[in-house]
Design a protein around this ligand. Structure first.
Ligand code: NAP
Length: 247
């Protein structure tokens, strides 16, 4: 990753923050995006001159475009987009879901992923290529009780990965999703607190640490992951874990 530039959404905590550390450790420069200004500023301070913090709400295209422009101004290029920002609340059954709140999750988890892709693609195409990683989920492929907003948004984001691959693979764009399994982050705390569905009943020790998906995403930037172009890599797959160096 030496000399490469990676833009990470949702870098203020959890998987995104660990991805920032893992990419920086691998030699990349990282642009950290999230709404929590203080947390990304602190993380950028920890990483050093190879990091910049850019406050950004991914659900607003103009903010994403401004963040991409700021990254290009500082680092001159963007080689990798990590579309990681996501929310799970409010967890609710379909018949009781608040339509406004349901839509906000789509704005972040689905439109936020589109906004990132739309903002970086013209630059990546000019540059002759790039990698677009999106944090997916088993929920992209199967319904989970009281998660209709989340499942629908992740299924849509998965189709965006397939769409980018379909339109731009032959122009040097590598698009892949990562389905991490369950990860010990704030999001799992919210799921546990809901008490609804089998995921909320899992023991904390069932979750993998967030540096696992972070390491997987660094690996996904390499040619070994080309077999998964246009598809989700599952971190539950033992073979993938071995390739990433996790087991
Ligand atoms: P997390 O700790 O809750 O982190 C979510 C991140 O998304 C935070 O950095 C948050 O930052 C950011 N975010 C939320 N809304 C945003 C917005 N409108 N604009 C910009 N950033 C926003 O959860 P996590 O587990 O690390 O989740 C990261 C990704 O992994 C999500 O896409 C999630 O769906 C996916 N995932 C997680 C699991 C799991 O078990 N944890 C499993 C499968 C997939 P701010 O609040 O500061 O904006």
């Amino acid at each position: 990753m030496n000399g490469k530039v990676v833009l990470i959404t949702g870098a203020s905590r959890g998987i995104g923050a660990e991805a920032a550390r893992a990419f920086a450790e691998a030699g990349a420069k990282v642009a950290l995006l999230a709404r929590s200004e203080d947390r990304i500023a602190e993380l950028a301070g920890e990483i050093g001159p190879a990091a910049i913090a850019i406050p950004c709400d991914v659900s607003r295209f103009w903010e994403m475009q401004a963040a991409v422009d700021a990254t290009l101004k500082t680092f001159g290029r963007i080689d990798v987009l990590v579309g990681n920002a996501g929310v799970i609340e409010p967890i609710s059954h379909l018949a009781e879901a608040d339509p406004e709140e349901w839509g906000k999750v789509i704005d972040i988890n689905l439109k936020g992923v589109f906004n990132g892709m739309r903002a970086v693609l013209p630059h990546m195409l000019d540059q002759g290529g790039g990698t677009i990683l999106t944090v997916s989920s088993g929920a992209a492929h199967n319904p989970v009780e009281a998660w209709s907003h989340y499942c629908a948004s992740k299924a849509g984001a998965y189709m965006l990965t397939r769409s980018v691959d379909n339109e731009y693979r032959d122009k040097g764009i590598r698009a892949l999703g990562l389905s991490p399994g369950t990860v010990a982050t704030e999001m799992q705390r919210e799921i546990k607190a809901s008490g609804i569905n089998p995921v909320s009943q899992l023991d904390w020790s069932d979750h993998i640490p967030p540096d696992w998906p972070a390491k997987a995403m660094v690996w996904m930037c390499g040619a070994e992951a080309d077999a998964w172009l246009g598809d989700d890599v599952s971190l539950r797959d033992e073979d993938v874990r071995r390739k990433v160096g996790l087991s």
